[in-house]
Design a protein around this ligand. Structure first.
Ligand code: FES
Length: 192
């Protein structure tokens, strides 16, 4: 009696085990690549970045924006160097030398004078006895007068400690420090 009951119970358990073995189960399967699926699902929930492309690049190795900003400071360096009254004739290189025709009215002759040669020296080279004293633009002994108007348009002085701007505008020059920048007629031994 007891054996029959135990046998029946055992058979029942075996049948259940066999039934479970051949059943389809829950049909749940492990995806082939779970990590890829998770990544794609997360990617859909993350919005696209709004950063503009150039900004993204400048974070890594940019510097372009900085270069644009730097140009302004360089620009301000330009604009200096307005031509001043005193200039250095020795700074004129050989290929910058120009010649201008100057008529020495009182001497009755027209000669070519280089832009790195003073009006006084050019006349002396001709053998003319022209007036002078300091030869440094500090007196008025060598004074002359441009006949054609404002002397600023015809000569530049390497040094002028004597003539006022208004006197130069009237045509007066110091021949010892005056270098030609154009053709003109000159009266030597003329002072304001
Ligand atoms: S000689 Fe003195 S200013 Fe020319």
């Amino acid at each position: 009696m007891v054996d029959a009951l135990g046998l029946g119970l055992g058979l029942t358990l075996v049948l259940i085990a066999v039934a479970l073995h051949y059943s389809g189960g829950t049909e749940w399967r492990i995806p082939d690549d779970i990590s890829q699926e998770v990544l794609e699902r997360r990617a859909e929930t993350v919005p696209e970045t709004d950063f503009p492309e150039p900004m993204n690049r400048s974070i890594g190795g940019g510097g372009g924006a900085v270069a644009v900003g730097g140009a302004g400071a360089e620009g301000e360096l330009e604009g200096e160097g307005e031509e001043e009254e005193g200039f250095d004739p020795a700074a004129i290189s050989d290929d910058e030398v120009e010649y201008f025709e100057i008529e020495y009215v009182n001497e009755g002759s027209t000669i070519e004078v280089a832009n790195n040669e003073t009006v006084l020296e050019a006349g002396e080279d001709e053998g003319w006895d022209l007036p002078y004293a300091c030869r440094q633009g500090q007196c008025l002994s060598c004074g002359g007068k441009v006949q054609d108007g404002d002397a600023h348009d015809y000569v530049r002085h390497s040094n002028n400690e004597t003539l006022g701007d208004d006197e130069v505008e009237k045509g007066y020059i110091l021949t010892c420090t005056a270098y030609p920048t154009d053709d003109f007629s000159l009266e030597t031994n003329e002072t304001p």
